[in-house]
Ligand binder design. Structure first.
Ligand code: ACO
Length: 395
């Protein structure tokens, strides 16, 4: 046992809160997660309303524009054109990406290239004006899909395809991922696919002080170049307890292999002597159904009805897991429900997106949230460096 009385004598009083489950590190207006009711809002707008009425580019503006919502389609289109115009990257950075070895995970490539971007925009270190923050944010948001697509092509040793100025922001990402090196597509990208990916990006755009966002804020609080802080966020996102879970969900569905094996794996997840967990289940804040998972479950059904080819075997396994787990005492008593990662992988697979790109897609979606959080932090008159305490238990 630790003698706490002696401990506090030298350190003063503080709270011990591993994982910061009960500690707020900042005030924020950007997003709110109501874990009890299962609700999510960005600047007061429910996620369901945003998905129904707006596009991802509108959500980008909302998050980096202090809650500004475009009043007209013309303004929204103009903003989208600006993002597409800014989506090209310096040839020097292309060469750096080109030098990464085949087989590297695109997240390793992406976090490195976002960090490397700080060598191309050194003026962003000492930003003084709101306008400069805006340029910083728009630049990185515009370039992230290009960097992500290049990261994938580099990982498979394929030549890069540059952005096409005549395509929209989301469509361009699919284009850079799919087109042949000479720029032609085997099949034109359909509006159904663009709209589905747009929804996925919107659902991932911000989510309070999750591990990657808290990392971005922590690093930015030291006064570093914002792109270095964003690169740290990408590293935090990569882990399988966080943004990497969407990849793990698909691995797990493949491993389960057949609906008849679901009960056996549910039993494994409940066994306290087994480290196996149901991926895509559970959340630190949501103690009810994650609203993003609800939207994705419906999106999966809509795509199916519209004739987008699903992997029916994996869909059946996922649906069975949800059916069994959401009636099981173990999961109910611990409030474990599907989270955003549970159905996203199935949808991304139907959109012919390779599994290694699931987490980079999460990252493209989250980039405007991270940028909004950095802007909010930098707008504070006195940015306080993040410096948690520790409970020293050594000699
Ligand atoms: N399968 C089986 N049991 C689980 C699961 C799961 N997926 N998640 C939590 N539990 C159990 C734990 O074993 C623990 O049980 P106990 O009280 O008997 O010890 C209890 O539920 C609470 O779990 P914690 O790990 O303490 O919860 P925490 O809030 O720290 O973790 C997390 C949340 C990391 C998301 C966890 O639920 C998990 O590992 N889920 C699977 C990975 C995943 O889907 N991650 C994506 C999260 S969403 C996102 O980042 C986008």
């Amino acid at each position: 046992l630790v003698d706490f009385s002696k401990f506090y004598e030298t350190t003063g009083m503080f709270t011990f809160d591993p994982g910061y489950g009960s500690t707020a590190n900042c005030k924020s207006e950007i997003s709110f997660v109501d874990g009890k009711k299962g609700e999510l809002v960005y600047y007061g707008h429910p996620i369901e309303e945003l998905v129904e009425k707006y596009k991802f580019v509108d959500v980008i503006k909302l998050l980096i524009g202090n809650g500004y919502i475009f009043p007209t389609k013309e303004e929204s289109d103009q903003f989208e054109r600006e993002l597409v115009r800014r989506s090209y990257i310096h040839e020097g950075l292309r060469k750096i990406i080109d030098a990464f070895p085949d087989g590297a995970h695109p997240m390793a490539n992406l976090s490195s290239s976002v960090s490397a971007l700080s060598t191309f925009y050194y003026d962003h270190i000492d930003m003084e004006y709101e306008a400069e923050y805006q340029t910083m944010a728009r630049r990185i948001i515009a370039k992230t899909p290009t960097l992500a697509a290049f990261a994938y092509r580099s990982s498979v040793g394929s030549p890069f395809v540059y952005p096409d100025a005549d395509r929209g922001y989301v469509e361009n990402f699919l284009y850079m991922l799919r087109a042949y090196p000479h720029g032609k597509l085997k099949e034109e990208i359909s509006p159904i696919e663009v709209s589905a990916l747009d929804t996925i990006f919107m659902l991932h755009a911000d989510h309070g002080q999750n591990a990657s966002t808290a990392t971005v804020r922590n690093v930015a609080s030291t006064g570093v170049h914002p792109y270095a802080a964003l690169s740290a966020g990408l590293s935090a996102l990569w882990g399988k307890a966080h943004g990497g879970a969407n990849e793990s969900v698909m691995d797990q569905l493949e491993m389960i292999g057949d609906v008849k094996n679901v009960d056996r794996y549910i039993a494994k997840a409940k066994d306290k002597n087994d480290s196996f967990r149901l991926m895509g289940f559970g959340h630190r804040v949501y103690k009810s159904y994650d609203p993003r998972a609800r939207i994705l479950r419906k999106l999966k059904d809509d795509l199916d009805q519209k004739g987008v080819k699903m992997n029916q075997r994996l869909v059946e396994i996922a649906e069975k897991i949800e059916e069994v787990a959401t009636q099981d005492e173990y999961f109910l008593s611990r409030s474990l429900y599907p989270n955003v990662d549970f159905y996203s992988g199935i949808i991304l697979t139907a959109l012919k997106i390779p599994k290694s790109m699931f987490t980079p897609i999460f990252a493209i979606g989250r980039m405007p949230g991270w940028c909004g959080q950095v802007l909010e932090l930098l707008q504070e008159p006195n940015v306080k460096i993040t410096r948690p305490r520790q409970m020293y238990v050594g000699k």
